[in-house]
Design a protein around this ligand. Structure first.
Ligand code: BES
Ligand code: MN
Ligand code: ZN
Length: 494
């Protein structure tokens, strides 16, 4: 495995807090951030810069461009006279900003950060949300460059009352977890294999997570034959990785992730155009692993177990064929219509194993499962399928609070007709109509009826071709924030 991106010691993921020093502002070389609102007086730092620049800040704040900004939007003064700074970023923020505006402000700041040192002249503004959003947006995947350049310079936050500085550690730990998820999704499949991914997961024991890696012989013994069938054409051994954060007693919440390291389609091979994107087919596993890191780092008072099925879907002399029938761990006989509908075969067994072993109080799975969800919802919202309205609504609320798009999709017994099998119990593909729903119906067969369950089809949101809300184009890390918020709201003690 090539060297992972080193954790920066400075930069947006670990800003330094210093006491307010009005005289340091004029001498700061680099990027300076101040906050302002049109119809109220300028805060102290903005006022000082206004004076040094002979009114440039107040002219900017009075401009039509500033008036056109949303709360949290920003404009930039470049190479301002009277300061050492390269640029002053003026962020529009009223005196009592809501959470969404603060996050928007953070995204504006994060987007403008560069390798030049940044000085954020924050007053008492609620920092955790803002700094988290800035850290989320300031991301650049360079692990595969021969000559990686330094990304981001140090970030210093100037505070009026340093003793009352809010604790931003958890908020920043979450941003680091999202970056981990993105690094995993962006990594090529020759670099991140089932073996190297499992090794990286094992290293997370250092955070206090309990980690188990089940190898193929064990998976055979346990009967996870649907999952094994997907991986049988690959030289990379299939593995089931289990990460357990036991921060509370009682039945755990289980998070299940699809970890197809690369999806060629298998014998039902995909067309060449765009196939390189299928390095992201382990996106569900990457979100699961990022989330587990976040829970461990912030010592969540919740009992959560993450299970990721790691396989590679390759065509080969030993690969499964269309027409094969395989017995799942549950016992249902799956007729393989299309070897490209592999994710649901992996999840069928991992979902069953999760319930069989852990008797969880709820199960949430994440998978880059269907192209059909992209046709339905595009790249803005993930598909949410559930057998439980309360859990689904709690998830939708959590996702909305963090600015991650999600939309409930239907389930229904009538869709089962599309996947009824003549020779086995169920087909792994129902063809094109309602493709993401029949995939979810397939999964539901492997969920016990009294287990609250949410299935998140993240095929459209895991990787984007344009900048997304929190990230530059590429892997988004969608889901880590929403699931962490859900766990805080519904699964955490005290
Ligand atoms: N990994 C793909 C789904 C996918 C497509 C993810 C595009 C991201 C972007 C999945 O394994 C797949 O191939 N699904 C098939 C299912 C079909 C054969 C029933 C699909 O969506 O075409
Ligand atoms: Mn596939
Ligand atoms: Zn796939």
């Amino acid at each position: 495995m090539s060297s992972p991106t080193p954790q920066p010691v400075t930069g947006p993921l670990s800003p330094e807090f210093v006491p307010f020093d009005i005289d340091a502002i004029a001498g700061h070389c680099g990027h300076v951030v101040v906050f302002a609102e049109a119809d109220s007086g300028l805060p102290r730092a903005a006022r000082r810069i206004d004076k040094l620049t002979r009114g440039a800040v107040s002219r900017a704040v009075a401009s039509a461009d500033f008036a056109a900004l949303d709360q949290g939007g920003a404009l930039v003064l470049a190479w301002p006279t009277g300061l050492q700074a390269e640029r002053v970023q003026i962020v529009r923020l009223g005196s009592r900003p809501d959470k969404a505006s603060l996050r928007k402000a953070g995204l504006s700041i994060g987007k403008a950060l560069s390798k030049t040192p940044a000085l954020i002249c924050a007053d008492a503004t609620a920092l955790p949300d803002m700094l988290q959003a800035a850290a989320l947006r300031a991301y650049h995947y360079q692990a595969q460059k021969s000559d990686p350049k330094p990304d981001f310079g140090p970030v210093t936050v100037m505070l009026r009352d340093i003793d009352k500085a809010p604790d931003c550690a958890d908020a920043l730990a979450l941003a680091r977890a999202v970056h981990l998820t993105r690094d995993l999704v962006n990594a090529p499949a020759n670099v991140l294999t089932t073996t190297s991914f499992a090794a990286q997961i094992s290293d997370m024991q250092a955070l206090g997570l309990k980690v188990e890696i089940l190898e193929e012989d064990e998976l055979h013994r346990l009967g996870l034959r649907a999952m094994l069938a997907v991986g049988q054409g690959s030289d990379s051994p299939s593995k089931l990785a289990i990460l357990h954060w036991q921060g509370a007693q009682g039945a755990p919440l289980a998070i299940v992730g699809k970890g197809v390291m690369f999806d060629t389609g298998g014998i039902s091979i995909k067309p060449a155009a765009g196939m390189e994107e299928m390095t992201m087919d382990m996106g569900g596993a990457a979100v699961t692993v990022g989330l587990m890191q976040a829970l461990a780092e912030r010592k969540a008072r919740a009992n959560v177990v993450g299970l990721v099925g790691l396989v590679e879907n390759m065509p080969d002399g030993r690969a499964q064929r269309p027409g094969d029938v395989v017995r799942s761990m549950k016992g249902d006989m799956i007729e393989v219509i299309n070897t490209d509908a592999e994710g649901r075969m992996v999840l069928a067994d991992v979902l069953w194993y999760a319930q069989d072993r852990f008797a969880p109080r709820a199960v949430i799975d994440l998978a880059t499962l269907t192209g059909a969800i992209i046709i339905a919802l595009g790249h803005d919202k993930a598909g949410v399928f559930s057998n439980n309205d309360a859990l689904a609504n709690a998830f939708l609320k959590a996702a909305d609070s963090m600015g991650e798009g999600a939309w409930r999709m239907p389930l229904g017994a009538n869709y089962d007709k599309l996947i009824a099998s003549r020779i086995g119990d169920v087909k792994n593909s129902g063809g094109r109509p309602a493709g993401s729903i029949t995939a979810a119906q397939f999964l539901q067969r492997f969920v016990k009826p009294d287990t609250p369950w949410v299935h998140l089809d993240i095929a459209g949101v895991a990787l984007t071709k344009t900048d997304s809300a929190h990230a530059p184009k590429g892997a988004s890390g969608w889901g880590v924030l929403a699931l962490d918020a859900l766990i805080r709201a519904e699964f955490e003690d005290g």
